[in-house]
Design a protein around this ligand. Structure first.
Ligand SMILES: *Cc1c(COP(=O)(O)O)cnc(C)c1O
Length: 503
């Protein structure tokens, strides 16, 4: 029971532990379980549950081969002391609903209280702990090397999660000179005996393609296997990254109940700044597990491929790529959408395989009208251009004295344009990054003078808004730089091999 298989075929099944250890199915599909929704969470008792208890409950359902003790240990390690708030993901009311709609109060779910100030910490603090418990009798001597290419946020959150994790090493590649100063320092100052951080001469797409080649390189895999090392990914297609994100949707509902903002059973809308579709897909899982979600709203930036898909039924990646102030949402292929297609089509592996094949060969696909209609019953969408983002940051500050980052601002803008669907008692905007990760864009949007140095920008922002930068960002300028390697694209495989030999 509770076995996982590929979105593209039911031929082989595996346990949740195996799915987490391997990351992606052998046929290129993503791991899914047909048990999703069979066990639901009792909404009537939610108000009495804290984050740790909810995590144990959700993970126990979705990862059934982990023992209760294993899960409890993972939860303590991941969330015991690493997040700023005891709530882990605290909910903050906005005094003024975005766009002035008054039909439902709006709240911000702050997901950025972890060690790297981005929402990815919620999952990447948990994944290494789950990964560490995936071993079996045949894998006792095997070590795992996580390899990741990053445009900024994922790399640091993965480093923070995997640093000194038992049985694991991590190698992160980032495009040299193309991440923000804060982001580069976050990575280059990372401590830990098992971490390697390396700049790449090229852009993010070059680095990402090279990492995909590294995963597909059988000769490299064979050489690494001789050393007892297996490659794996910390990217958001891993089940172990998706499942921890389901928890905060329930945690938000529990906090709304405790605040008296809603009654048990009331519908809630969630608006999610979206890139790879992992965060919002977790909301869909929560809905299938019994959470009263009246609508899930996909908020995109100028790279609005998901908006076009959700309004027309055609997914087309052949379009210009825009670099925006919300880099973590600058994505043309939202990998986790494949899981939605699977569930919304009642598990039609053949259809999913066909659509993904078309995406690979033609760069586009169109879903049947009936499937689109089923998706539209649950998902709304909108997008923000760069002017909308700046205006949202400014309006949110003026109306609520609350500072948001450019990713969250995309969601704020979309909420301001979309009225609630019927049966909505509250709206929740997921906030995915601290504004201090993007001090220049935020200070600029607020009309503040921005000095050339990012840390000076942080101070300007702090003074003007009477807020405090997270210590782990402000302190970066005083930390020693530990990683200075820079390589060409074609030497990335050799770099991974050298890092693996030190594990
Ligand atoms: C990764 C990220 C997103 C997008 O999340 P997905 O799960 O990829 O949709 C949004 N905002 C920030 C700050 C992120 O780091």
């Amino acid at each position: 029971m509770g076995l996982y298989h590929s979105t593209r075929s039911r031929e082989t099944t595996c346990t949740a532990k195996q799915a987490i250890r391997t990351g992606i199915a052998a046929d290129g599909g993503l791991f899914v379980s047909d048990a999703l929704g069979e066990t639901t969470i009792d909404i009537a008792t939610l108000a009495g549950k804290g984050y740790h208890e909810l995590t144990r409950e959700v993970l126990g359902i979705l990862l059934p081969d982990y023992t209760a003790d294993e899960i409890a240990a993972c939860v303590d390690e991941a969330y015991g002391t690493t997040f700023a708030s005891d709530e882990v993901t605290p909910l903050v009311p906005l005094t003024c609903a975005p766009g002035g709609t008054t039909d439902a109060p709006t709240f911000v779910l702050e997901l950025f209280g972890g060690p790297t100030s981005a929402f990815k910490d919620v999952a990447l603090q948990m994944l290494p702990r789950l990964m560490a418990r995936t071993g079996s009798a045949d894998t006792t001597d095997e070590r795992i090397m996580i390899v990741t290419a990053t445009s900024g946020d994922t790399g640091k959150a993965a480093l923070a999660g995997f640093a000194d994790a038992a049985g694991c090493g991590i190698t992160v590649f980032y495009p040299e000179g193309k991440v923000s100063r804060v982001q580069e320092l976050q990575m280059s100052t990372q401590e830990g005996a098992n971490v390697a951080v390396c700049g790449v001469r090229g852009n993010f797409d070059d680095a990402q393609s090279a990492v995909k080649c590294i995963f597909a390189d059988r000769d490299l895999a064979a050489r690494l296997a001789q050393q007892g090392v297996m490659l794996s990914s910390a990217n958001s297609i891993n089940v172990g990254r998706l499942v921890p994100q389901v928890v905060y949707y329930f945690a938000a509902y529990a906090q709304l109940l405790r605040a008296g903002a809603i009654q048990v059973g009331d519908g809630v809308e969630f608006c999610v700044p979206t890139g790879n579709f992992g965060d919002i897909l977790a909301g869909y899982y929560a809905r299938r597990m019994g959470l009263p979600v009246s609508r899930l709203i996909v908020a995109s930036d100028k790279n609005n491929v998901l908006f076009d898909f959700l309004t027309s039924g055609t997914y087309d990646r052949k379009r210009p790529f825009f670099t925006t102030s919300s880099p973590s949402m600058d994505i043309l292929v939202s990998s986790n959408l494949e899981r939605l297609l699977y569930y919304a089509s009642d598990g039609d592996c053949e259809l999913v395989a066909q659509l993904m094949e078309q995406l690979g060969t033609n760069g586009s696909y169109e879903v049947p009208a009936e499937l689109l209609a089923r998706i539209q019953e649950v998902f709304g969408c909108g997008w923000a251009d760069e002017d909308d983002v700046a205006r949202a940051i400014r309006t949110c500050w003026e109306d609520n004295s609350y500072v948001i980052d450019p990713h969250t601002a995309c969601g704020y803008h979309v909420l301001s344009e979309l009225p609630c669907v019927p049966g909505t008692a509250a709206r929740v905007l997921l906030s995915t990054a601290s504004p201090y990760k993007f001090p220049r864009a935020v200070a600029g949007a607020l009309g503040l003078f921005c000095p050339p140095d990012d840390f000076a920008c942080m101070n300007v922002l702090a003074k003007a808004t009477n807020t405090t930068p997270p210590a782990q960002l402000a302190n970066l300028q005083d930390k020693p730089v530990l990683h200075t390697d820079v390589v060409d694209i074609d030497t990335m495989p050799a770099y991974v091999e050298a890092a693996a030999s030190k594990l």
